[in-house]
Structures are given as C-alpha cells and as structure tokens.
Design a protein around this ligand. Structure first.
Ligand SMILES: Cc1cc2nc3c(=O)[nH]c(=O)nc-3n(C[C@H](O)[C@H](O)[C@H](O)COP(=O)(O)O)c2cc1C
Length: 187
C-alpha cells in the first residue's frame, strides 16, 4: 500500500538520456523497477514492488489512454503512449512510454514491460491540450465519448493512433541508439 499524494502543479524534469523501466504481471502489479524509476518518482523499490501501477496515475490522465494501452498489450501487441505520472511528492513528470508484452517459450504472455523517456516540450503542449479535452468529455460522457473524440481527431489528421504518436515521439539519433541498448539490457 502506498499513500496517494495530492497533485501539485510542479513538474519534475529529467535528462533525455535517463530511461525509466518497469515490469509488471498481467494485472499491472509491479515486479521490477530500475534506479531511475526510484530517483524520478521518489518511491523506493520496497514501496512499489507488488503494488499496482495505477499508484502513479495522475488525475489529469484520461482513462481512455490506458484503455488503449491495455487493449494492445492484452492482444499481445506493443504500444506507446505519452503519460503524465504522479510522483511521491505530488509533483508530475511526463514520459513517452513504450510498452511491450513478454512471452514464455510457449508463446504465452507472462509479463509487461515499459521503457520511458523524457518528452520534448512541443509534444507536451500538443498532448496536454488533447488530454484535457478528452478528460472533460470523459467526465461528461464516459470513455466512449472520449474515444470517439480521439477517433475524430485522428481522422482529421488522417492518421492512426500509432502514426500520430510515431510522428510525435519517434526516438532519434543518440537517444534511439541508447534506448535500443537499454531495452536489450532490461528486456
Ligand atoms: C508495464 C506497465 C506500465 C505502466 N505504467 C504506468 C505508469 O507509469 N503510470 C500510470 O499511470 N499507469 C501505468 N500503467 C497503467 C496502469 O496499470 C493503469 O491502467 C492506469 O494507471 C489506470 O489505472 P486505473 O484504471 O486503475 O485508474 C502501466 C501498465 C503497464 C502494464
């Protein structure tokens, strides 16, 4: 059990070269977190192992984004997302998160991993506005309403969700190289 802090309007910034890793069971209970996770979220390993990942959920995050993440993961597909997380201090930090399912030798999904990195400011600006609208719709009309809005938004931009994110958050240059090495190490 962890104490859920009150959200503060204060951002935690961290280096582009710091990757935050976690691994969960099939229900999202945390099995592993790396050092950067502890440093940036403010939680220790003892506090988070065994706890559900929603412990870091920020009230500004629309539920529909997590719905999209879980739908892909449970179908065995990799997915990415831009997520605002709630640190132990109540401060927030934005991450680009690449989620993937891990399988055993029989091909059965046994766990999920998330590799996160810092988000460039223009991406935060674009996403913040989109999420704020989705959250407002969600509160009034539920998740279906927010997903319909997202669908219309993507249609307007003639893109799928993956294409939209790909355009915004694809890792480039040294970050892409470092991230690939990191995924190999922890994957
Ligand atoms: C591997 C993995 C990592 C996750 N990381 C986060 C995270 O950093 N922040 C977060 O709010 N939710 C994360 N989630 C999603 C949570 O499990 C949960 O769906 C979300 O916080 C919404 O929680 P709620 O539906 O209980 O409100 C992660 C899920 C998985 C499978």
């Amino acid at each position: 059990m962890i104490y859920r802090p009150i959200a503060l309007d204060k951002e935690i910034r961290f280096s582009k070269k710091k990757f935050i890793v976690s691994k969960t069971d099939l229900k999202g209970n945390i099995l592993f977190i790396n050092k950067n996770f502890c440093e940036i979220s403010g939680y220790s390993e003892e506090e988070l192992i065994g706890v559900n990942h929603n412990a870091l959920r920020h009230p500004d995050m629309p539920q529909s984004i997590f719905y999209l993440v879980w739908s892909s993961l449970l179908a065995g597909r990799e997915v990415s997302g831009v997520i605002k997380n709630l640190a132990k201090s109540g401060e927030y930090y934005w991450v680009i998160s690449d989620f993937s399912p891990k399988r055993d030798n029989n091909g059965d999904i046994i766990s999920f991993t998330a590799f996160r990195r810092a988000v460039p400011d223009p991406v935060i600006e674009a996403i913040e506005e989109l999420y704020a609208t989705m959250l407002t719709i969600e509160k009034k009309h539920g998740m279906e309403g927010a997903l319909s809005y997202l669908e219309a938004f993507l249609e307007e931009h003639e893109m799928s969700y993956d294409e939209f994110l790909g355009e915004l958050i694809k890792p480039k240059g040294i970050i892409a190289t470092l991230l690939a090495a990191f995924k190999k190490m922890f994957g």
